[in-house]
Design a binder for this molecule. Structure first.
Ligand SMILES: Cc1cc2nc3c(=O)[nH]c(=O)nc-3n(C[C@H](O)[C@H](O)[C@H](O)COP(=O)(O)OP(=O)(O)OC[C@H]3O[C@@H](n4cnc5c(N)ncnc54)[C@H](O)[C@@H]3O)c2cc1C
Length: 307
């Protein structure tokens, strides 16, 4: 896509030093795949984000927000438009109310791991289930990330969102519509920050639960290879990984993309997998599962960009 000089000058003034042209997305996705994004922008604060959005919308440039790209793959042809990385927005704040509970505020770019560390330090319980999920607050809230029986919606008090017109609005928990692995949001709106409501807990118990979770993850997940977590949403009542395992599909390969031998719902990159390999493997699994069980698997990971 061709970008005119006026646009280039304007956007570079808005996020000086934090804009990259023709950025290889394979360097950003946890799967290690993806062609180049025309622009990769990393605003450092809400004001820069608002101005960058106004500029992109003004010049009709498509955009997509990302956090840590751990639930997202980019096709090999890359992305025609701007990838807005929220990772530069990393402020956190803690408010204790002295009545056995409190709140943690975090900007979209804060890593969940940092949030979990903070809750341990402050002896807050409620976020232990997030231990080992490698996302950012923005991505995790958008995905309503969950594990071991809990989801982010259980601890969310408020989410602040900016829309394509630059309007910033804080929405209370009751006004948010969470689904399984999704927060329903207006098209092209971006999560700026979130507030989590947590209870005071026992430090030893919190640490113990986190250690248990990390240990379970190490046992079950193929963490020695690049991956994007669960590829498919779990259809009820049987988890996608078990369906795939029962069909004997573990270990199946397309190029360097392989269904993990350790966990049927993980695809791993053995080294030089392309996005095309991964998508062909996803299509193969989906086809085999529907043919043999009648169940239509739906992807949990997001796939963007051009073939
Ligand atoms: C080893 C491993 C284990 C995992 N375990 C789990 C697990 O137990 N449970 C689970 O739910 N997930 C898990 N995941 C998947 C992933 O880590 C989570 O979904 C995570 O919360 C995604 O966050 P992210 O910042 O990486 O989002 P990204 O991958 O960057 O983005 C995901 C989606 O959110 C959108 N998005 C990102 N930021 C914003 C924003 N600020 N505003 C609006 N939309 C935004 C993107 O456009 C995209 O559609 C795992 C992944 C890996 C690699």
């Amino acid at each position: 896509m061709a970008y005119n000089g006026a646009f280039k000058k304007e956007i570079e003034q808005i996020v000086p030093g934090r804009i990259r042209w023709h950025e290889l997305m394979a360097h950003h996705t946890s799967m290690g795949v993806g062609g180049t994004a025309d622009l990769f922008i990393e605003p450092g604060n809400v004001d820069e984000l608002r101005k960058a959005l106004a500029c992109l919308v003004g010049y009709s440039i498509p955009f997509v927000p990302v956090g840590n790209c751990t639930n997202l793959i980019v096709r090999d042809g890359g992305y025609r438009g701007a990838i807005i990385s929220l990772r530069g927005m990393g402020t956190v704040d803690i408010k204790l109310n002295g009545q056995g509970n409190g709140f943690i505020y975090g900007e979209a770019g804060v890593a969940l791991s940092r949030l979990v560390e903070l809750t341990v330090r402050e002896c807050f319980t409620g976020m232990e289930f997030c231990a080992g999920i490698p996302g950012s607050i923005g991505g995790a809230v958008k995905m309503n990330a969950g594990a071991y029986g809990s989801e982010l919606k259980d601890v969310i008090a408020e989410v602040t969102v900016i829309d394509r017109n630059g309007i910033i609005a804080a929405k209370r928990r009751g006004d948010l519509s969470f689904e399984y692995r999704n927060l329903v949001m207006e098209e092209e709106s971006i999560i700026v920050s979130a507030v989590f409501g947590l209870q005071e807990g026992d430090e030893e118990q919190i640490r113990k639960r986190i250690a248990e979770i990390i240990s379970m993850r190490k046992q079950k997940h193929p963490l020695g290879y690049r991956n994007a977590g669960s590829i498919f949403k779990n259809p009820k009542p049987v988890p996608a990984g078990k369906i795939i395992d029962d069909l004997g599909l573990k270990g199946s390969r397309v190029g360097d993309a392989q269904i993990s031998e350790q966990h049927g719902n993980f695809i791993i990159n053995l080294g030089s997998a392309t996005c095309r390999d991964i998508i062909r493997l996803i299509d193969y699994i989906t086809k085999r599962v529907v043919e043999e069980t009648g169940i239509s698997l739906e992807t949990e990971i997001k796939i963007i960009g051009d073939v």
